[in-house]
Design a protein around this ligand. Structure first.
Ligand code: FAD
Ligand code: SF4
Length: 519
């Protein structure tokens, strides 16, 4: 072969221009790399899903007539890093040209860039051709350290790509229907919640390889892997979403329940969410394909699907997903060090097994360990909120999120975790900290009714820990937050409490922090 092309595990874009033509002298390499299994401790389902999707992608490329080398963990045993692997393949096949697609993670992009600088053969890199904004447009749209407004960005994207538009105006007259998208699930709604479409892949071979190579993992796996690992399956999941979930997506987007979820049994654990993040982040599906499919479905089925449902979905992908990518690239590598609130505590050990008495956290963590999945509000307002209030070091929070979720890749994980949920970036992603007391959880879920803690109390033996922790957090960071007009009511309420009440609340919170392992 003359040319070697590297395909990373999250670059499974079958529509990339690389594959338009077959070249006898090009060898594609897709490899299970030891460096990728160990940069954090991943959920077992996450590694199985990536390896399985990579293997299927290699098979599809081979079937289409391309030359592909798929290397398993066994094959790369002695070539643990990308540079080691590529150097050895260059020698083995007498390669003259090395080509790669730009990685979406800073870690890999800088590794490849410094490695290829040391190569004496020709090197070319390409875009991944996945996102709405290409590299140049992204750089143009985001500036380092600047706090960009997602809403303004989202409106520009709607106009630029002409999505849900009526000429120059947003379809329906409003850009955003978020206010209509905050319903709690009531018992009467339960029957409407679909059972998730689950795929069944035997991944025992992969699990055996992981064992053979001592790869440390977290979480559990059922007999089969349930995530889509081919483009056809990803498209089937997208169609399933349109048919069964889209009609309830927006209105129940923030809702949480523990009443419909039996661990590892078929149940309704993902509510109306799409579970498309793995298919998107591995690039089996492009955001453009997902949005155009869903919008076309909406136009055909307007009796069943209202505008707020589709707008809410489009906003997540066209807005948030492209937005956090822009924030990440404008601010790396400094972003990974930010700790605006100087949070420094360790993550309680129950984050790794779900064994806490706080029902909301227990449910969100156990679900994450069972399925490698939790929806956005569970990530932001349950686990994320707890870490924020308890002052957990953002490095360890990032590490937990990066490991546990099926869709966790740093470019999207970090701005969401360190930025949106931990406010460690001081407001680059969002202008306010998403801090909440137990009252929010009570409003949006049924967690509190089955909890040993009393959500109505801030002090006393069984008082909900989130209440005192919330007040302690707001009090501690008053200087940083009081200037935000959105917090004026909060501080007015705090001051309305007597000095004794405030003292008792702070003492209760301090005691909970001392006993954090027992909560
Ligand atoms: P749906 O609710 O069906 O939404 C549809 C799609 O919109 C998602 O598949 C996703 O591609 C996109 N999306 C929605 N919200 C966001 C967002 N805030 N940022 C980027 N894309 C979004 N998403 C990841 O893909 N990887 C992560 O590692 C990740 N880490 C997160 C960590 C925290 C603390 C928080 C608060 C959010 C995180 N998110 C992450 C965003 C979001 O929670 C997930 O994308 C979503 O839960 C995936 O499930 P779904 O496919 O069912 O999403
Ligand atoms: Fe969570 Fe508090 Fe409700 Fe328990 S009472 S579920 S700890 S919010």
């Amino acid at each position: 072969y003359r040319c070697l092309r590297l395909i990373l595990g999250d670059q499974l874009n079958a529509h990339h221009s690389w594959y338009k033509h077959k070249h006898d002298d090009v060898l594609y390499v897709i490899a299970e790399l030891h460096q990728e299994t160990s940069y954090t401790t991943h959920h077992i389902q996450k590694i199985c899903a990536f390896f399985s999707a990579m293997e299927h992608f290699a098979q599809a490329l081979t079937k289409a007539g391309h030359n592909v080398a798929y290397l398993s963990l066994d094959d790369t045993r002695a070539l643990k890093t990308i540079p080691e692997l590529i150097k050895s393949l260059i020698l083995k096949y007498k390669i003259n040209i090395f080509e790669y697609q730009l990685p979406d993670e800073y870690r890999l992009r800088s590794q490849l860039s410094s490695f290829t600088n040391s190569l004496s053969i020709e090197v070319n890199y390409f875009e991944t051709e996945h996102f709405y904004l290409d590299e140049a447009q992204l750089t143009e749209s985001f500036k380092q350290g600047k706090s960009h407004k997602m809403e303004a960005f989202y409106r520009r994207m709607r106009k630029k790509f002409n999505i849900l538009m009526d000429g120059e105006k947003p379809l329906g007259g409003d850009w955003n229907y978020d206010k209509q998208n905050r319903n709690k699930l009531k018992s009467a709604d339960f029957a409407k919640v679909p059972e998730p479409l689950l795929f069944k892949h035997d991944v025992n071979n992969i699990i055996a390889r992981l064992k053979r190579h001592d790869v440390k993992t977290i979480g559990r796996i059922n007999d089969n892997l349930n995530w889509p690992v081919t483009r056809i399956q990803a498209k089937t999941l997208l169609d399933f979403f349109c048919q069964y979930c889209l009609a309830g997506f927006g209105q129940f987007q923030d809702a949480m329940t523990c009443k419909l979820d039996n661990a590892l049994q078929s149940s309704q654990w993902s509510l109306f969410h799409s579970r498309l993040s793995f298919a998107l982040n591995s690039k089996m599906l492009s955001p453009e394909f997902v949005i155009s499919t869903v919008v076309a479905y909406y136009h055909k089925h307007q009796q069943q699907i209202s505008l707020p449902q589709i707008e809410g979905f489009v906003r997540q992908i066209l807005g948030w997903r492209e937005f956090v990518r822009g924030i990440y690239w404008a601010n790396m590598p400094q972003y990974a060090q930010l700790n605006h609130l100087k949070a420094e505590h360790a993550l309680p050990s129950w984050f790794w097994n779900g064994s806490t008495h706080m029902n909301c956290l227990k449910h969100a963590i156990q679900q994450s360990l069972d399925y490698a999945y939790a929806h956005h509000i569970q990530r932001l307002m349950i686990t994320g909120n707890f870490c924020l209030l308890a002052g957990i070091d953002p490095d360890v929070v990032d590490d937990w999120y990066l490991g546990v979720y099926i869709d966790a890749i740093e470019w999207v994980e970090m701005p969401n975790t360190r930025g949106m949920s931990q406010f460690a970036d001081g407001g680059i992603v969002g202008s306010k900290a998403y801090a909440a007391s137990g009252n929010y959880v009570k409003k949006m879920s049924d967690y509190c009714s089955g909890c040993q803690y009393d959500v109505t109390q801030a002090t006393g033996k069984n008082a909900c820990p989130l209440n005192s922790l919330y007040w302690r957090f707001m009090n501690k960071h008053e200087e940083a937050f009081a200037t935000n007009p959105r917090n004026s009511m909060v501080y007015a309420n705090w001051r309305r409490k007597s000095e004794l009440q405030r003292k008792e609340i702070i003492e209760q919170a301090e005691q909970y922090l001392i006993d954090i392992e027992l909560l």
